[in-house]
Design a protein around this ligand. Structure first.
Ligand code: ASP
Length: 594
């Protein structure tokens, strides 16, 4: 291949085929850089030695497909190219075939990515020729294979589940497929293989996995695709640690493909601790945690400083920001205060406290507790006296708001603390398991409780026994867990409900009548009654993992044929209207909403 030849091959006769990456015409000498997915080799065409080949090379242009036969020759001293793997050699062409021409491409695959992504997506076949994209997909293939090999080695079976199925409850809108045979009826594309993988456990397969495509019709945010790929697995008789072990194992195998040696087991933290210490359910562990100063702010001090009694006071440091000038400090404080608006939070100006003998000891205690050095940016947030009712004196609200500020300031000073910079080692990847998520989420708009994960997630036994499913939904913990990397959620899973009565009760507690539950999930409730083993599993986004390993900034860099933010495939131009005949066959008439 075009990337294979080295100095030790000098003297060999070879045949290479590929695309003309660049052509340089020096009159009697023409150089062609020949490219395939493995790399690039320089071809020399000498008018005197092989006039026929030289004449053809005159006609060759960028992206022509050519075959060349010739001799591998060491480049002359000083003409080697240390930036190319094949840079020590070149091929002296004896014969050249132009296998195909190419129109002048709208952008050159020999260049770095052009800024206009729409053009890249429209001419995706050219875009994918770029070295960087070829690398991304080679990596993706190796990562998927490493994961398969690991899981198969652990006794997992890869089993496919259907694309044309019934609605699955992952909380997004379904993509529907109309049935021609059953007029007016629709299949749904799976939002995940959730129910099928649970049924495979009921069927006794013990360990299932699938690198599964999932379909969710959501309003697309920057980093979402309507169809995406999950590493989906399920196993029988697990404690959650068993599942953590499998995931850590396959992640280790996957990261090894990118030359990174992960060192599991990963840290574990409950959801409550994540909120208390980081103000978010997916903590970025590259940054220092928040620190509670609730105790240090005694009743007297609070009174003097006009701070609400009892509510949390939180501090955090952003390391190595360096000393800010007086004006910079002032404008930062007013920027933060502006961001708080009238939400009831304020900043404690620790630097100013220091200058007041009455508060200097407090300032010192705070600095000590946060282990803040002079270089660190220290921020302390307090609930103001007479806080508005909007957050209902809820400490959770404060944790989350301060957590958000922590992330915002960390972004702002990223080039100072450099904690987000890559070193190319496992230290760049701070993994974390977050456990014991709440079972329910309150939907303020519709005034209903929703399943925070999905309705097949098992609540904690204690919470069921204590009657909290009916009395105190907000306090019910689920046996649900997320795996988090550097502040993004890579996947979630849970131990499932395996008893029909509990499942029925959960549906009821979600406001689903027995009739509705039977209608939507009757087959599954039936299946639960035929000897269902305890089981659990998880799913992780493969696209995101590959994106991180490739160092890419968008999922579209690691999905061969992605859709735009408006869910359009620009290359094939989908979606499109279809013919009247097709619609009629499907018993469909379209009426556009305006
Ligand atoms: N089906 C879930 C999801 O797609 C994952 C799981 O619970 O295993 O998020």
């Amino acid at each position: 291949m075009c990337g294979d030849l080295r100095a030790t091959d000098a003297g060999n006769n070879v045949v290479l085929m590929g695309w003309v990456n660049r052509r340089r015409d020096h009159g009697h000498l023409i150089f062609l850089d020949l490219r395939d997915r493995s790399g690039i080799t320089q071809i020399v065409l000498d008018k005197e030695k092989s006039p026929e080949a030289h004449a053809k090379a005159e006609a060759a242009r960028s992206e022509y497909v050519v075959a060349v036969r010739g001799l591998v020759r060491r480049r002359e001293a000083g003409l080697e190219n240390p930036n190319m793997a094949t840079g020590e050699i070149e091929i002296v062409a004896e014969e050249l075939l132009l296998l195909n021409e190419a129109k002048t491409p709208p952008f050159s695959p020999a260049e770095e990515a052009i800024a206009n992504e729409e053009v890249r997506l429209k001419y995706r076949y050219l875009d994918l020729r770029r070295v960087e994209m070829q690398k991304n997909f080679a990596l993706r293939s190796r990562v998927a294979m490493a994961i398969r090999n690991y899981l198969v080695g652990e006794g997992f079976l890869e089993i496919e589940t259907p694309f044309m199925t019934r609605s699955t409850p992952e909380g997004a809108r379904d993509y529907l497929v109309p049935s021609r045979v059953h007029g007016g009826q629709f299949y749904a594309l799976p939002q995940s293989p959730q129910i099928f993988k649970q049924i495979l456990m009921i069927s006794g397969f013990d360990k299932y996995f699938q690198i599964a495509r999932c379909f969710r019709d959501e309003d697309l945010r920057a980093d979402r695709q309507p169809e995406f790929t999950q590493i989906d697995l399920e196993t029988t008789f697990p404690q959650q640690e068993l599942i953590f072990g499998f995931v850590e194992g396959f992640l280790k195998a996957a990261f090894k493909e990118a030359g990174i040696d992960l060192k599991p087991p990963f840290v574990q933290m409950t959801y409550d601790d994540a909120i208390k210490n980081y103000g978010i359910d997916k903590p970025d562990m590259r940054l220092p945690a928040m620190v509670s100063l609730t105790e240090e702010l005694t009743a007297d001090l609070r009174e003097a400083l006009k701070i609400e009694q009892a509510l949390p006071v939180l501090g955090f440091v952003i390391p190595s920001v360096g000393e800010l000038s007086g004006t910079a400090r002032k404008s930062l404080l007013s920027e933060i205060r502006g961001g708080f608006g009238d939400c009831g939070l304020d900043l404690l100006d620790v630097a100013r406290l220091k200058t007041n003998p009455a508060f200097a000891p407090l300032a010192e205690t705070i600095e000590a507790k946060l282990a803040a050095s002079a270089e660190d940016l220290l921020t302390v947030v307090t609930p103001k006296l007479g806080t508005p009712a909007m957050w209902n004196y809820d400490p959770q609200w404060i944790y989350k708001r301060v957590g958000a500020l922590r992330l915002q300031l960390a972004q702002k000073f990223a080039d100072k603390h450099k904690l987000f910079e890559k070193t190319g080692t496992e230290r760049d990847f701070k993994f974390l398991w977050v456990t014991d998520f709440p079972m329910y989420e309150w939907d303020e708009e519709h005034k209903v409780w929703n399943a925070a994960h999905h309705p097949f997630t098992s609540p904690h036994e204690e919470d069921i026994k204590a009657g909290r499913l009916t009395n105190d939904k907000g306090a019910v913990r689920a046996l649900a867990y997320d795996i988090v990397l550097n502040g993004t959620e890579l996947g979630s899973g849970s131990i499932r409900i395996h008893r029909q009565d509990v499942q029925a009760e959960i549906f009821r507690s979600l406001g689903m009548s027995d009739a509705e539950a039977k209608d939507r999930f009757g087959f599954f409730l039936d299946a639960l009654e035929y000897g269902t083993p305890p089981h659990g599993g998880i799913a992780l986004g493969l696209d995101r993992i590959v994106m991180i390993l490739a160092g890419a900034t968008s999922l579209r860099e690691v999905i061969a044929f992605p859709k735009t933010a408006k869910a359009i495939d620009l290359m094939v131009d989908a979606p499109t209207p279809v013919s009247e005949t097709q619609l009629r066959e499907l018993h469909i008439r379209t009426v556009l909403k305006n």
